[in-house]
Design a binder for this molecule. Structure first.
Ligand SMILES: C[S@@+](CC[C@H](N)C(=O)[O-])C[C@H]1O[C@@H](n2cnc3c(N)ncnc32)[C@H](O)[C@@H]1O
Length: 266
């Protein structure tokens, strides 16, 4: 029997298809969960999932976090309703007491909470410059002093100038645009590598005074370069010790010495 035909991305007929490829609903949820827990998310932290959609990661986060620690903003209320109905069930919601808001102005302050983590996965890939600015401004007002804002965007050579939310197409922004918006809102931005590529650039932003807490991410890049250097040095040593190369190097050294001698005599 053939599997039922999947609805196209962005389709209002399917809460999974609306937010992305149906075949990636599981993977994209797991990836977000992995990135967040790798970056230090623990059960007692408070997290706000901006544009939480049909709870692709929300269902995993609700299970993981303590009661009343998962928050979501999503203008398309039906996505959350369907996800509760078909993905997590009302019992989990009763047990974990998530809080949802259905506004489209990124109003993070309305919860009256200082968040340890914010997540905006595949939100800036559809947002206008004004919306991105607004979102950063809102996040900066509600982020705890050692909090993290984890987000993705589609990195390009130009900044999209459209004036409306673009959906389901993706729109590009430059790294410098993201850095500027971040800095203007008192946040330090650093690009991170997800465990597997997702098609978007992942970044983390934190209050500038907390910048040192993510220094280990930067030094791990240095560590990576250092490891490669050690590896290539070892390969070079191996090559230099093969018979043919040793003979060539000996001849080269001898020839250089003779050249120097002749030069000295001239
Ligand atoms: C590509 S989906 C990503 C969903 C979710 N973050 C994920 O990765 O599973 C983008 C989501 O952003 C939501 N969205 C649209 N406008 C928004 C706004 N102004 N504020 C917050 N979310 C918005 C959409 O309804 C949609 O659910």
């Amino acid at each position: 029997m053939k599997p039922p035909k999947a609805h196209a991305i962005g389709s209002r007929k399917d809460y999974r298809a609306f937010i992305g490829g149906v075949d990636r609903y599981d993977f994209m949820g797991a990836l977000q969960f992995n990135v967040l827990t790798t970056l230090g998310l623990r059960a007692h932290h408070r997290l706000l999932d901006i544009g939480c959609g049909s709870l692709r990661v929300g269902r995993l986060l609700m299970m993981y976090l303590n009661p009343s620690c998962y928050y979501g903003i999503e203008p398309e209320k039906w996505l959350i309703d369907e996800a509760i109905e078909h993905e997590c069930g009302r019992d989990l919601v009763k047990l974990k007491q998530p809080t949802f808001s259905y506004d489209s102005n990124f109003e993070c302050g309305k919860f009256g909470v200082r968040f340890d983590y914010f997540l905006a996965q595949s939100v800036f890939s559809h947002a206008t410059q004004h919306q991105i600015n607004l979102c950063f401004m809102e996040v900066s007002k509600s982020i705890s002093s050692n909090g993290y804002f984890v987000f993705t965007y589609v990195k390009g050579d130009t900044d999209w100038v459209g004036s409306h939310w673009a959906y389901p197409k993706c729109v590009p922004y430059t790294e410098s645009f993201m850095k500027n918006v971040s800095e203007q809102n008192g946040l330090y931005l650093f690009e991170i590598e997800p465990p597997v590529p997702s098609g978007q650039t992942w970044s983390i932003a934190t209050p500038i005074a907390n910048k040192n807490s993510i220094a280990y991410l930067e030094s791990s890049t240095l560590q990576d370069i250092n490891n490669r250097l050690v590896y290539y040095r070892q390969r070079l040593n191996m090559l230099e010790n093969t018979g043919f190369i040793r003979f060539y190097l000996a001849v080269k050294t001898y020839a250089t010495k003779i050249k120097m001698k002749i030069k000295g005599q001239a």
